[in-house]
Design a protein around this ligand. Sequence first.
Ligand code: SF4
Length: 301
Amino acid sequence: MKIIRAEHLGMCFGVRDAIALALDAVQHEPLTVLGDLVHNETVLADLRARGIRLAQQPAGVGTRTVMVTAHGASERAMSETRGRGLNVLEATCPLVHAAHRAVARLVREGFHPVIIGKRDHVEVRGLTGDFDEFDVVLDEEDVAKLCERPRFGVVSQTTQPIDRVRQLVRLIRERFPRSEVCFIDTVCQPTKQRQNAAVELAQKCDVVIVIGGAHSNNTHELVKTCSRFCARVHYVQTADDLQADWFASEQTVGITAGTSTPDALIGEVESWLRARKATVSSTAMEKANPILTPGAASIPC
Ligand code: SF4
């Protein structure tokens, strides 16, 4: 069994910085994070253990300071939170900020905003929350439901696969040939790197393991991408989810992970696989050379 990691995998700088900011802030005063700081249960449990409180709504915040996650929030939502007398600490990733600036510029210039992404995702809620009129599209059916507008301004949730984004922009242009369609590419570089590395990995592996949180959009996108190039793709949240019968000897096993997956979880999966590799290698050796198996030497020839 050969084990290889994708060239780019795991936690991105935006999530690392947000976690570092939260851990620093809680040293000075009680802190509540609004929403999931990362879409990874293991990391969230660790943050709770370090005294950081988590709330899904401003009404549930029991501290004076509240943190907006790397996914960002609309200006409207942040003003409402400040209006409750709370201090807002922003951990919004600079690349999410760039997406906010892009859509605001398009709206200022008279384009109807269209966000390519998941309607209920926290980042998309933040990108659309300051506008009364907007559309969110994720597939061909959503594009078919769009009403004609003279000018469409299209940006994307930062963690969407760029291939899908470009395809949907093409579809919008085909459907509305008389409209002006302005697209600003806001897919972040870490997502592009992990997607490209996942394609390369899946092409040379017999089995691919994708590690990430159950609510991590980019992890599920990695699963879909790998599945296009490899028939045996398994999604796990931790090493405890791995199953021995997924693996055999003489296989190449690839590992990739979403942008909220900590290094420790990737390390645990790799260690599990290396232990498994040792087991399957010795089993294979025993089958090939029964005389070498422990105890076999005592069997009379
Ligand atoms: S996935 Fe991209 S946009 Fe989101 S936090 Fe990471 S680097 Fe920033």
